[in-house]
Design a protein around this ligand. Structure first.
Ligand SMILES: C[S@@+](CC[C@H](N)C(=O)[O-])C[C@H]1O[C@@H](n2cnc3c(N)ncnc32)[C@H](O)[C@@H]1O
Length: 205
């Protein structure tokens, strides 16, 4: 029987320390952070994993961070690396928050693991949960990673078959704009040999 994504990430937690520095996101995080409209506010990090590097980066700059992840083992690591983060053990599709709670939302290397058909719902939730002037950043899979303009299937990562899903970028941008977001930037960036689309969106004041 094949393992669920949750089980695979629980397994990855065991080798996390050996692979800790494989993906250097410092430039992306700095770019996002430096253009935020709110300062020293609240961040929601969806698919937070071990709390690195995103939660660590924000907490070091006096933000409060809520992290959501469905892997209990990754959250155990987060307790060790980022004890200041408030964690919620849940599927990111199942959490809910009051409107206007967060000045920023991140979904770093996580949104592409949920079916593309659920992405527009997630964006509507981002819009509700963000304060006016709030911004979100997420990693999106595209043709550069999956080989297709649209994809729903499995790709190998660290000897495991992981589910990835994405729409055509034109459909992604339409979903974002229909939700009310303006697209600040969308750029293909190669980190550690993997190219993904990094998207920053704004909820206007
Ligand atoms: C590649 S890791 C990224 C971790 C971290 N955000 C980073 O940038 O290094 C993906 C994380 O998303 C979590 N994840 C994937 N799908 C999820 C879902 N539907 N609900 C909650 N967490 C999910 C996994 O458990 C894993 O910790």
């Amino acid at each position: 029987m094949s393992s669920s994504l949750q089980e695979i990430y629980d397994g990855f937690a065991k080798t996390y320390e050996q692979n800790r520095d494989q993906f250097d996101m410092s430039a992306i995080l700095a770019t996002f952070f430096n253009q935020l409209n709110h300062q020293q506010d609240a961040l929601l990090d969806l698919g937070c994993g071990a709390g690195e590097p995103v939660a660590r980066y924000f907490i070091d700059r006096d933000w409060s961070v809520t992290g959501v992840d469905f892997s209990s083992q990754m959250l155990e690591l987060a307790k060790k690396y980022v004890p200041e983060m408030k964690t919620i053990h849940s599927d990111i599709r199942e959490v809910d928050f009051e409107p206007d709670q967060f000045a920023a939302i991140t979904a770093s290397y996580s949104l592409f693991h949920i079916p593309a058909n659920d992405h527009a719902d997630m964006f509507r939730k981002f819009y509700t949960w963000l304060k006016p002037g709030g911004q979100a950043m997420f990693t999106y899979a595209t043709k550069e990673y999956t080989g297709s303009n649209e994809f729903d299937g499995y790709k190998e990562f660290m000897d495991q078959k992981l589910f990835y899903s994405h729409k055509h970028t034109d459909d992604l941008y339409a979903d974002l704009e229909n939700t009310g977001f303006s697209i600040e930037s969308a750029e293909n960036i190669n980190i550690g040999g993997e190219t993904f689309l990094w998207v920053t969106i704004n909820k206007d004041n």
